[in-house]
Each structure stands twice: as C-alpha cells, then as structure tokens.
Write a protein that binds this ligand. Sequence first.
Ligand code: FEO
Length: 186
Amino acid sequence: MPPKKMIPGAQVSGMNPKVETALNNQINAEFYSAYLYLSMSSWFDSIGLRGFANWERIQAMEERDHAMKIFDYVLTRGGRALMTQINTPQSSWKDVLDVFETQYAHERIVTSLINDLVNLSTSQKDHATVNFLQWFVNEQVEEEDNARTILDQVKLISQEKGVGLLFMLDKEMAARTYTPPDLLKT
Ligand code: FEO
C-alpha cells in the first residue's frame, strides 16, 4: 500500500477537536483581557493616576500569563495553538468607578467562559483538561475577589467624594508588583 500523502504543515492533533477549539477561544479571550487592562492602564496614566495604571499593567501581564499557560497546555497535548484576531477594547471611561465596574463585569464573564470549558471537557470525557482547568477555576475566585474589592473601595470613596482617599488608594495600587508564574504548574 502506498504511503499516505501528508499535507505540508498539517499536523495530527492528539486533542479532542472540540476541546482544542474551545481552548483556542480561551487563549484569545485571555489576550483580549490583557488588551482591555492595558487600555485601562493607559487611561489611568492619562488622568494622572499612576498607581492604578501600574495595577492594571500588572493585571494585563497576568492575563498574558493565563493565555500562555493554555498555549503551553495545548502544545503539550499535541494540539495547535492558533493566534486569532483580538478585538479592540474600550479605550475610555467616565470615571474610576466606571473602570472597576467594567473590570468586575468582565471577570464574571471570564468565569462563565471557564465554567463552560470545564463543562465541555467533562462532556467530552477529557479528564486531563478538566484537571488542567481547575487552576483557572481557582484563579477566577481570586480575580473576581480582587476586582470586587477595589470596586467596593472606589464606591466608598465616590460616596465620600474623597479625592484625598483616591490618592491614598492610588499609592496602594502603585505597590503591586509582578511575580512571573511557573506556567506549567497546576
Ligand atoms: Fe484570566 Fe482575569 O482572568
């Protein structure tokens, strides 16, 4: 029997195709999150709140790490990580409160995307991916908590009309530092 013709560049994926596609969509969603938070960082810088700008910039770096964690996982499973178009994020906000309302709402959407991924992997009996995704399930608890906590603080400041308090919070936000993750750690 003649050998099967290989299409140049074609790759036989070791992954369930539905799970592979869904993970690729999540890579795109995580990069979009990085874009959105970089956009927020730039907006904060433009209004002179450099601490908030720092906080969002680090948030964007963490989102890129999330994307890369899934990227590496797809490759480890013999799949293809596809770089697709990233949507343009919002670029300006009414005020600080508006930013954190956007961020909290966005993190809740990401949580539902992760939950959908877990449901899909479970229904496809892809236990390794279900296991891999537990890191993201836990991470989303933290992500929502961070966004909600700052939203609550900004709400309090808005009620008090405390510009001084806002600068205090800005100082606190400036102290956030970036810790590179161990991407393959689950
Ligand atoms: Fe990648 Fe903020 O969740």
